[in-house]
Write a protein that binds this ligand. Structure first.
Ligand SMILES: Nc1ncnc2c1ncn2[C@@H]1O[C@H](COP(=O)(O)OP(=O)(O)O)[C@@H](O)[C@H]1O
Ligand SMILES: [Mg+2]
Length: 311
């Protein structure tokens, strides 16, 4: 019985392929970029891992989100087991959904206003305390993330060619939360279990902090930052981890990375939920457990459970 992996970015796949090979897991990739879906057809037996990324449109894959939605609707209509199922797509592609859900769950988030369309941007910003940052509702790699310290600079930006249109027309205005020591933390979870936490150096790396090896290299294959912006946050234990695991369970986020900022005055502010998560090679080299390794184990377990019940 096979595992099918639904995604659109082959560059991110090698660490997972290696972990699946090491675990002796049979898998097949379904690249969801353009294609067709015949309603008369029946999905193959197996389990399906949805790895849709909220930034797929930036890789010239504008249809991947709707293609994935369609394929997941079809798979789930046929009762197939999908890891990171249909509604996880909606969590992945919307920071509105992530932040409102986190807030309702009692997890502290940055003060945020979502502005739909461009017309209200300036008027809303005029009522928003500075400094603030902008970000795209649909992002995943720091899309549209910029800091503004005054309204005039923001007005000039909105009027300029530099203004980055969000793909769904939704821009978030968000409280700028100063990170203690310039570091943000990302907590990785697999199968509702805590794997490890990493820090990313926002002071040095800015707002584009993608941990994948494919993002860390420039076009010539050289590291874009040395030393690495990412490090294992060794032995990190905190009640926020249990809150993330409970949140993941409530929304069936079977594989998720949660990003938060700690402030000098002791706030822990969570601002990003990644359901398409990539693991940093330097961190993996020293971590007590491997992210892709845990995913391989988890998928193997799901496969055994799924076919033990229905066989
Ligand atoms: N409210 C905030 N205050 C300060 N820095 C932030 C805030 N939100 C995000 N950042 C910084 O910007 C980066 C990208 O923002 P994020 O919300 O994670 O977008 P994406 O989903 O595109 O990765 C974060 O890793 C962090 O360093
Ligand atoms: Mg992020």
């Amino acid at each position: 019985m096979a595992l099918y992996v639904l995604h659109e970015n082959p560059d991110w796949f090698p660490p997972f392929a290696a972990a699946f090979d090491a675990a002796g897991l049979d898998y097949e990739e379904w690249l969801l970029i353009t294609g067709s879906l015949d309603f008369q057809s029946t999905p193959p037996e197996g389990i399906f891992w949805n790895r849709l990324s909220g930034s797929s449109h930036t890789r010239n894959h504008p249809y991947s989100k709707d293609y994935t939605r369609a394929v997941l609707d079809w798979l789930q209509a046929h009762g197939r087991r999908v890891v990171s199922g249909r509604w996880v797509v909606e969590m992945e592609v919307s920071k509105v959904r992530q932040l409102t859900a986190l807030q309702a769950f009692g997890i502290d988030v940055p003060r945020t206003v979502a502005v739909i369309g461009k017309d209200d941007l300036l008027a809303t910003a005029a009522r928003f305390p500075t400094p603030f940052i902008t970000k795209h509702n649909q992002g995943g790699k720091g899309l549209g993330v910029r800091r503004f310290d005054d309204l005039d600079t923001f007005a000039a930006y909105v009027a300029s060619d530099e203004f980055e249109e969000p793909v769904d027309g939704i821009t978030l205005l968000q409280e700028y939360v100063p990170p203690k020591n310039g570091l943000i933390t990302r907590v990785e979870t697999v199968g509702y279990d805590y794997v490890y936490a990493i820090t990313a150096d926002a002071a040095r790396g800015g707002f584009q902090l993608c941990p994948s090896e494919a993002c860390e290299l420039d076009e010539a294959g050289r590291p874009v930052a040395a030393p690495s912006l990412f490090a294992l946050r060794e032995g990190f234990q905190h009640p926020i981890i249990d809150a993330f695991l409970d949140f993941a369970r409530a929304y069936q986020l079977e594989i998720a990375g949660f990003e938060f900022i700690e402030t000098d005055d002791g706030r822990i502010v969570t601002y990003d939920v990644n359901t398409n998560t990539n693991y940093n090679p330097e961190v993996e080299a020293v971590a007590p457990r491997s992210g892709p390794g845990e995913i391989a184990n988890y998928l193997q377990r799901v496969l055994a459970e799924t076919y033990a019940v229905t066989a």
